[in-house]
Each structure stands twice: as C-alpha cells, then as structure tokens.
Design a protein around this ligand. Structure first.
Ligand code: ADP
Ligand code: MG
Length: 608
C-alpha cells in the first residue's frame, strides 16, 4: 500500500494534508498525482463521488504553481457555487503552509464587484462556476489567456446542468498551450465531445467501473401505491430515528410540498431548491451541515453542491429519469469509508427501472418491506430509552432542582416512573401507528398489478389490512371494464394521471374512498398522462362533485369536474396529453381532505 509521503509531494503540502488526516492516497489520487506531477498532459479521470477527486487535481496543481508568476495559472470550473466554495476551501487547507498561494472563488448569487476586486489582488487559482466565469470574461474582468491548466470538475454535472455553451465559450478564451484536466463521475456523450474537441491525446484513468456506485452503499427499494409514497417516506424516517439524509424529489414544487408536509408532521426537515434566495440556501445548508436539520428535501440540481459527507441515507422519493442521476444521488452517502443506504420508494410499475439501475451499477437492490406500526414503535421506543440512558447528567446544574423534583415524584416506584416517562414521551407515537395499514404491495412479474383485477388482489390479500378494510367497506365494486349498467353516466375530469403513478384501479379506490359510497355505478375510465376521465352514475353527479371538493391526493389538491363543463370553459378542443386548461391545480379553498392517515398529527420530533 502506497502512502502520501511516497508521492513526490513537497514537505509543506505533505504536512498540510497529513494534518487533514490524509495518510493513504485514494485510488484516483494514487493514479493522477504522480502522473500529473511528471507530465504536462491532458487527463480524463473518472471516479465516483466521494473518492477524493479534489486532491487528485488540487495537489498536483499546487505543486505546479509558480509563485513568482502573478497570472492566473489554474482555472477550476465547477458546476455549483457550493462545490466551488468547497473546492476553494480544500485548496486553502492544502496550501496551509504556502500562504503566498492565492485562491479566489467566483460564483453567481454574490456581488460580482467584490469578486472582481479579489481577482485584482491577484490569484494563482480561480475556482469558478461557468455562468459567473462567462460574465467576468464578457466584462473583461478576468484574464485567462495565459493559464497553464483548466480543470473541469464534475464535468458530467456541468453538462447536465446545461453549461455546454458556457464551457465552449470559456475554453475558447484559454491558450492552446494549457492542459485540460477533466474529472467526472460519469462520462456522458457530451463529455466525450468536449474531450474530442478540446483535449489533446488525454491520458485516461478510470477508477472502478464506469457509472458504478460506491461499494459502501446498500441499495434498498420499497414498493407502494403511488398515492402512498409520502406515508412510506414517513415510515422510513420513523424506522430510522437517527436518519441524516437527503430526500430527492423531481421538481421544485414536489420538494416544497414534501418538506412542508414533513415539517407540519413534526419532522426535522427543510427544503433546498432553486426558488430560494442565495441567503436562504446558505441558511438551509448551514443548518444541515451542523445537523440541526436531519432531512434535507432537494432537487438533483439543488443538491449538487451539498458537501456533507457523512449522510446515513439518501432517499429517492421519486426515481430519477436516468441512471447517472441515481449514481450521483446515491454517491452522496457511503462516503469517506462510511456505509450508507440509498432508498428508493417506487410504485408498482417501476420495477423495470430498478432492474435497469441494478444492471448498470452491477449491484443487487434489496426489495424491503415498509415497516409496520409495531416495528416502528419498537424502534422508536428503544431509541428513546437509549437516548435517556446515554444522557450525560450535569450534577451541578440540576442539583438545585432535585429536592423539589424528588418531592413531586413522591413514592412512585422505579417501575411506575419508567412507565409514566415512556407513556408521556411515546403514547402519541403509539396512537399514530395503532391502526396503521400495511403499505406494501406485491407485484407479480410482468406487471400484472398494472392491469390487475381487483378481485384478484383481494383474494391474494396483497395489501393486508387495508384491502380487508376496503372490502369490508364496500364489497364488490365493479371492475375496470364498463359495467353492466343501463343508466346514464356523467363523464368526469380528474386531475390525476399516469404521471402521478395512478392506474384505473387506483382511481376506483380513490373514488371509493372519497365518496364513501360503494353503490355509485362507475363506467368507463380513461387514464391519460396528466389527467383522467371517469364515468359515474348521473344521479350521483352532485354527490361526487361535493365529496371531491376538498379532496387531495398525496401532496396534491385534486380537481374533479364534469367533463362537459370543462370543455365549455376551455374553448379549444383538448387532445390527450395536453392539459385541458391551465387551472388544473386551482385551489378550491377550504380545508382539504387527506386520504387515510396522511392528515393525522404525528408526534413532534425534537431537534437534537
Ligand atoms: P469527490 O470530489 O471525488 O467527490 P472529494 O474530493 O470531495 O471527493 O473528497 C471527499 C472527502 O474525502 C473529503 O472530505 C476529503 O477531504 C476526503 N478525502 C479525500 N482524499 C482523502 C484521503 N486520501 N484520505 C482521507 N480523506 C480524504
Ligand atoms: Mg468533487
């Protein structure tokens, strides 16, 4: 095994990194550092997130810096402000014993003037986000015409985020003679293009399989009805009382909604998304970093910059659209030698996606069961007890109160005290989970569940308690096919579609639950991408409209209207796929109804 002091690094750098706890170089460092120290060459280094790429390019770049030269020598481009600041911070630490080296970070969301004056004071290293860099070049405030090297850090991310043109522009302002070092976790086609267009015979280093996830990450998925996603998330959080993780959502709106609901339900969570001001983002990040926040709900883009390395969990509230994003997400846990868990909450038709990710990552995913109430209560209770027994007692501080406290406790036995303490702290938890339904669904291979007949499901008892309960409430609700019913139907529009993970059967379930009347005959049901239509007994039109008035699905308000009405109000004829009109998410005002236990209060969780 090779040690850092065997690499040809200077004493001052070695001393600095050893102070940082670096003893052995990571595989990517072992390969890049000696090569870059000895060669003036372009390089492409592919290594997963968390494998120490910053030092892999930072240390050789520092060693190659000529302190007598006042020009910018190394330009490092980074996808986000957070990552840029993180890189600059690491470089500062590496240069602890080289105070003359100047490192300046420039990024959007902060006053440019201050950054310009920093640049004017001279910089050997500039760490920049592409957008701000372009801005500075266009204002003629930065000169990169004499740089020795440009580092494209997280190149795949920069391309993902649409910085292709900016990169082209920036690279066109750099000298022919410079070296280009491309660091990335993955190598998408666009990155190949950059390499082809801008790099000369690059030396290639790949650590681990391309696109492979970190070995320290355990991949788990839970399969639930799409509408149960949020409930499943709560269970996951509850069964992991010490969770410290990121919950990935697909859109800003979803991020906001989920965070809002978690907060309302007493979890220690907040959101990070593009609608926040820079100051707000910094605030959230600060709280997360110091573990004031346990769960951060974020979009992929917003999460890029999160530099927290000891996450216990990454939760995919929705699977990302491509495998690379999954790699990035899950790479945020299991870092620095620690193990982590990457959890995906999927609905019944997303098995294929899991298989695809498994194949690409060459990792087996565990299909886990959503924990039931009893299990969660047990875990929470023991967690509480552990917390109590490991609490440090500050004798001095509590001494003055003890006499009074003992008086109040009176003759209660130890057993009594324990029982009361547990009840006081815990009974709300027990209440919440008392009748908690089983959220698990099981799906036969081949997507039966998608088409599945309701009768079939009931008999197999797939959904345990809830199925039984449903059946108890209303025995034989019709199937999907047009029922034998001779009356007239009204056609309804409902603002739920495939994209919400809803199928015909789900829709019937929702109608059943919302109307609480099993005797309304249902007709044809058309589930489209963004919305659906269903037919129901004309006589029940008012009843249906009324019961859906305040309904919501998961985190969304539901709109149900008579289809003809909508056609009149939104003049142009609709075609499938397009939204019927802009008001699908119209707020009907008033209090919303949440399905099942979504609306219950959950015991408050305290910040630690
Ligand atoms: P990447 O850029 O590949 O995602 P980073 O450079 O951010 O990874 O490094 C991840 C973490 O590991 C950082 O906290 C860093 O200080 C630490 N680290 C990097 N290299 C080493 C090493 N050789 N020994 C110990 N810790 C290291
Ligand atoms: Mg990095």
């Amino acid at each position: 095994m090779i040690r850092f002091d065997e690499l040809k690094l200077s004493e001052s750098v070695l001393a600095a990194i050893s102070e940082m706890g670096y003893v052995e170089p990571s595989p990517v460092q072992e390969q890049t550092i000696p090569f870059l120290l000895e060669n003036d060459s372009d390089i492409i280094a592919l290594a997963q997130t968390g494998t120490g790429k910053t030092a892999a390019f930072g240390l050789p770049a520092i060693e190659k810096t000529n302190l007598n030269n006042k020009n910018i020598q190394t330009l490092i481009l980074s996808p986000t402000r957070e990552l840029g600041m993180q890189i600059a911070g690491e470089l500062e630490k590496f240069c602890k014993n080289l105070p003359k080296i100047r490192i300046v970070a420039v990024y959007g969301g902060a006053p440019i003037e201050k950054q310009i004056s920093e640049l004017n004071r001279g910089a050997h290293f500039v760490v920049a986000t592409p957008g701000r860099m372009v801005d500075l070049i266009k204002r003629n405030r930065i000169d990169i015409s004499a740089i020795d090297r440009v580092v494209l850090d997280e190149a795949d991310e920069m391309l993902n985020m649409g910085f292709r043109d900016d990169l082209d522009f920036i690279l066109s302002k750099t000298p022919e003679s410079k070296c280009t070092w491309l660091f990335s976790a993955t190598m998408p086609r666009e990155a190949e293009m950059i390499a082809k267009n801008y790099m000369k015979d690059p030396h290639k280093i790949t650590v681990g399989a391309k696109n492979a996830g970190t070995d320290n990450v355990h991949h788990v998925y839970y399969q639930v009805q799409a509408r149960d996603r949020y409930l499943a998330l709560k269970r996951v959080a509850d069964i992991n009382p010490d969770i410290y993780g990121i919950i990935f959502c697909r859109t800003r709106q979803e991020t906001k909604d989920i965070a809002e609901k978690l907060i309302k339900d007493g979890y220690n969570a907040d959101a990070l998304h593009g609608d926040l001001s820079q100051a707000q983002r910094d605030m959230v990040m600060r709280r997360f970093r110091i573990k004031n926040l346990q769960m951060l709900v974020a979009t992929d883009v917003a999460a890029r910059g999160i530099d927290v390395t000891d996450l216990t969990h990454v939760i995919n509230y929705n699977l990302p659209d491509d495998v690379e994003n999954y790699t990035h997400r899950s790479g945020r846990t299991g870092r620095a030698g620690k193990t982590g868990v990457s959890i995906s909450i999927i609905h019944s038709r997303e098995n294929g996606k899991i298989r695809q990710i498994e194949r690409t990552l060459q990792k087996k995913f565990e299909c886990a069961k959503i924990p039931g109430g009893k299990e969660i209560c047990e875990v929470q209770l023991y967690h509480l007890i552990d917390k109590m027994t490991s609490t440090e007692v500050n004798q001095e501080q509590i001494e003055p109160f003890m006499e009074r406290v003992m008086e109040k406790i009176g003759d209660l036995s130890k057993e009594e005290i324990v029982k009361r303490f547990v009840s006081a702290e815990f009974s709300r938890f027990l209440d919440y989970y008392k009748n908690a339904p089983d959220l698990n669904i099981s799906v036969r291979e081949g997507g039966r569940e998608d088409r599945g007949e309701r009768r079939d499901r009931g008999e197999r008892g797939e959904r345990g308690e809830r199925t039984r309960r449903d059946r108890g409430e209303r025995s034989e609700r019709g199937g999907f096919e047009r029922r034998e019913y001779n009356g007239n139907f009204t056609r309804f529009f409902v603002s739920l579609g495939e994209k919400d993970g809803v199928n015909k059967r789900d829709l019937i379930g929702i109608i059943n639950q919302t109307t609480k009347n099993r005797d309304i005959a249902l007709g044809k049901i058309d589930v489209m991408r963004n919305f659906s239509f269903f037919e129901a007994d004309k006589a029940a039109t008012k009843e249906i409209l009324k019961s859906f008035q305040d309904a919501s699905h998961g985190d969304r308000k539901l709109t149900v209207e008579v289809a003809e009405d909508r056609a009149k109000s939104s003049a142009p004829r609709r075609r499938e796929g397009g939204a019927p009109s802009g008001d699908r998410n119209r707020d009907f005002g008033g209090k919303r109804k949440d399905f099942r236990d979504g609306g219950l209060n959950r015991p408050r969780r305290r910040n630690k």
